[in-house]
Design a protein around this ligand. Structure first.
Ligand SMILES: Cc1cc2nc3c(=O)[nH]c(=O)nc-3n(C[C@H](O)[C@H](O)[C@H](O)COP(=O)(O)OP(=O)(O)OC[C@H]3O[C@@H](n4cnc5c(N)ncnc54)[C@H](O)[C@@H]3O)c2cc1C
Length: 523
C-alpha cells in the first residue's frame, strides 16, 4: 500500500497561525516524518495522526463532521478527540498529539498517551443483558470486527471466534489486488498480530467448522463433536464462490478466490503459467485479471454480459473499465459463456477455443446459508435480520455477506457483499449483543481497484431508472449517480474521494431523518 506523504503541509513544530485551522475541516501538516492533522472540536484544538490506520489514507483530505474525521479512501471514521477508530475498516486508533498555543500560534511537538479505544458501554447496558458466553461463527470481516468491538465496549465474558479458515482473520479484499499481483508483503495481511487474541481473551479456534446450531438449547456443535453453549451467537459465515456447471471446471488448474489459501494457490500456479482465462467479469474476476497482467501473463476474460459490471455500475462505468483493462492488454470475450475446459483449452458456447494454463473463476458468490437454514432461522436469499442484526431466533445475530437487513434508506431489505459493510455490521451487532438498540443507519460502501484506478461506491442500487455523470470517466475524474425518480440510490466516484464522502454523509443524514420520523410516528 502506498502511504500518505509524511512531510506534506507545514512543519507543525514551528507553529502555525491559529486562524489557519478551519472550523469545518482539518489542517494537515507534519511533525518530523509523522503526518498530523489539526482540527477544532467544540472550541478546542486537537491533533491526531494524519494517516488512516487501515491503509494509511491521507486524513487531511478526509471529511470532518462534528468531532469525527472520515478517511477519503475506504471511509473509516475516527474520533478527533480520542483518536478512537469508531467505524471500520480502521481497526486501530489514531495517535493523539499534544497541542500548545503560544502567542497566537499553534504548535505540535509530542504524542499524548493513547486514550481508551472506546467508551465501554457494558455498564450502561440494560440489566437484562447479562452475557457469560458469546460465540461467533466465522473469522472474516464481520466476525472479527464483532469480536474486537465486544471487547472494546467492555464485554468481559467468554468470547469464542470459530473459523473454518486455517489463517487468523486477514485482509480478504487484498487477495485479488496487491497481494495477488505480488506487490503486498504477506505481513500486511493479518488484521491483527497473533498476540491480539490472547491479549483480548478471544478464544480463536482456526480450522474449526460449526456443523449444527441448536437455537433452543443455545448450543453449537463443531465438526469434531465438541459442543459450545452460548448466550449470544453471531453468524458470519460469508459466501462461497460459484462454479460453472459445464464440465472440466473442477480441475486442479481451475481456481476460485475466496480465502488466503486460494490466493496463494493461484500465485503458485501463475508462476509457471503463460496464459490465464478469467471466467466472469465480476469485481473479483477483473481485479484478478489486473493482478495477472501485473505478473506479465496473457489474460482473457469471458463473461455473458455485454459490458463488464454493467448490472452493478451501469454501462458507462462498464465501458470505462473494459477500456482500462484492454489498455493493459486484457482481451474480452463478452456475451459468451463457457461450455467446457479440458485442462488446456476452454471451449465457449460459440465453439471459440482459448488456450489457458489456468482458469480463474470470478462470477459471483452465494451466501453460506446451510447452517442457518438447518437451524430453522428465517431466510430469504440471506439470513433475515432486523436493523440491529437480530435473526428470527432469540440471542442469534447475523452479519456480513449472509445477512439480509433493512435498507436504512427504505425499501426492501438488502444483502451486500462488501468488506467495510461486513465489518460495520459486525460492529453494530456487537453493540446490540450487549443490549444497545443501535440500528444500522449508514449507507453501504465498497471500493474496487484496477491497476492504479480506484472506484468508491456509496449506497445501494440494484435497479435504477437513469444515471447522471458529472465529470469525465476517461479523464478519471467523475461521479456517477444512480437514480430512481429523483432519489439518488447510490453513487460511484473515480478520482473524487471527497465527493464520495460527502454523498455518503448526505445519505447518512437522510437515513437519520427518515429513522427519526419513523420513531416519532411509532413505526
Ligand atoms: C478476493 C476478494 C476480494 C474482495 N474485494 C473487495 C473489495 O475490494 N471491496 C469490498 O468492499 N469487498 C470486497 N470483497 C468482499 C468482502 O471481502 C466480503 O464482502 C467480506 O469478506 C464478507 O465478510 P464476512 O465476514 O461476511 O465473510 P468472510 O469474510 O468471507 O468470512 C467468513 C468466515 O466464515 C468462516 N466459515 C464459513 N463457514 C463456517 C462454519 N460452518 N464454521 C466456522 N467458520 C465458517 C470462513 O472460513 C471465513 O473465515 C472481496 C472478497 C474477495 C473474496
Amino acid at each position: 500500500m502506498s502511504s500518505a506523504p509524511a512531510s506534506a503541509g507545514p512543519d507543525l513544530t514551528r507553529g502555525i497561525g491559529a486562524s489557519e485551522i478551519p472550523e469545518d475541516g482539518v489542517l494537515g501538516g507534519h511533525v518530523g516524518d509523522d503526518p498530523v492533522v489539526l482540527a477544532r472540536v467544540e472550541g478546542a484544538l486537537v491533533a491526531v495522526s494524519g494517516a488512516c490506520t487501515h491503509y494509511s489514507g491521507p486524513l487531511k483530505e478526509g471529511l470532518k463532521v462534528g468531532g469525527t474525521l472520515r478517511c477519503p479512501w475506504h471511509h473509516a471514521c475516527f474520533d478527533l478527540v480520542t483518536g478512537a477508530a469508531l467505524e471500520a475498516p480502521a481497526l486501530a486508533p489514531l495517535d493523539r498529539w499534544k497541542v500548545e498555543v503560544k502567542d497566537g500560534k499553534v504548535f505540535v511537538h509530542e504524542k499524548l498517551a493513547p486514550a481508551d479505544a472506546l467508551e465501554p458501554m457494558a455498564a450502561g447496558a440494560p440489566k437484562s443483558v447479562v452475557l457469560k458466553s458469546v460465540v461467533i461463527v466465522g473469522g472474516g470481516g464481520a466476525g472479527f470486527a464483532c469480536a474486537q468491538r465486544l471487547r472494546d465496549l467492555g464485554y468481559e465474558g467468554a468470547l469464542t471466534l470459530l473459523s473454518a479458515d486455517a489463517h487468523a482473520p486477514y485482509d480478504r479484499p487484498n487477495l485479488s489486488k496487491d497481494y495477488l499481483a505480488g506487490e503486498a508483503d504477506p505481513a500486511w495481511m493479518p488484521l491483527k498480530h497473533d498476540a491480539f487474541y490472547p491479549d483480548h481473551r478471544i478464544d480463536l479456534r482456526l480450522s474449526t467448522t460449526v456443523e449444527r446450531i441448536d437455537t433452543a438449547a443455545r448450543r453449537v456443535t463443531l465438526g469434531d463433536g465438541t459442543a459450545l453453549d452460548y448466550d449470544a451467537l453471531l453468524l458470519a459465515m460469508g459466501a462461497e464462490p460459484n462454479r460453472p456447471h459445464a464440465p472440466g471446471f473442477d480441475r486442479d488448474n481451475v481456481f476460485v478466490l475466496r480465502s488466503w489459501a486460494d490466493s496463494d494457490a493461484l500465485i503458485e500456479a501463475a508462476k509457471g503459467a503463460r496464459a490465464v482465462a478469467v471466467v466472469g467479469a465480476s469485481f473479483i474476476g477483473l481485479e484478478a485479471a489486473a493482478a495477472m497482467r501485473t505478473r506479465g501473463l496473457d489474460v482473457c476474460v469471458i463473461a455473458p454480459e455485454s459490458l463488464p459490471l454493467e448490472t452493478k455500475l451501469g454501462a458507462e462505468v462498464g465501458r470505462f473499465l473494459q477500456g482500462l483493462h484492454e489498455t493493459h492488454g486484457v482481451r474480452f470475450h463478452l456475451g459468451r459463456s463457457v461450455s467446457a475446459f479440458d485442462g488446456e483449452t476452454l471451449t465457449l458456447d460459440d465453439a471459440t477455443t482459448i488456450a489457458a494454463d489456468l482458469v480463474v473463476l470470478g462470477f459471483g458468490v452465494k451466501p453460506r446459508l446451510d447452517l442457518a437454514r438447518a437451524a430453522g432461522l428465517k431466510i430469504d436469499g440471506g439470513v433475515l435480520v432486523d436493523a440491529c442484526f437480530r435473526t428470527s431466533a432469540p440471542g442469534v445475530f447475523a452479519a456480513g455477506d449472509i445477512a439480509r437487513f433493512p435498507n436504512p434508506a427504505g425499501g426492501a431489505p438488502i444483502r451486500v457483499e462488501h468488506w467495510v459493510a461486513a465489518e460495520r455490521q459486525g460492529q453494530i451487532a456487537a453493540a446490540n449483543i450487549l443490549g444497545a438498540q443501535a440500528p444500522i443507519h449508514e449507507p453501504a460502501f465498497f471500493w474496487s481497484a484496477h491497476y492504479d484506478v480506484s472506484i468508491r461506491y456509496v449506497g445501494h442500487a440494484e435497479h435504477w431508472d437513469r444515471t447522471e455523470i458529472d465529470g469525465d470517466l476517461a479523464a478519471q475524474s467523475a461521479t456517477v449517480r444512480y437514480l430512481k425518480g429523483e432519489t439518488v440510490l447510490a453513487a460511484a466516484t473515480i478520482g473524487r474521494d471527497l465527493e464520495a464522502l460527502r454523498i455518503g454523509q448526505a445519505m447518512r443524514d437522510a437515513n437519520d431523518r427518515r429513522m427519526a420520523r419513523a420513531t416519532a410516528a411509532g413505526v
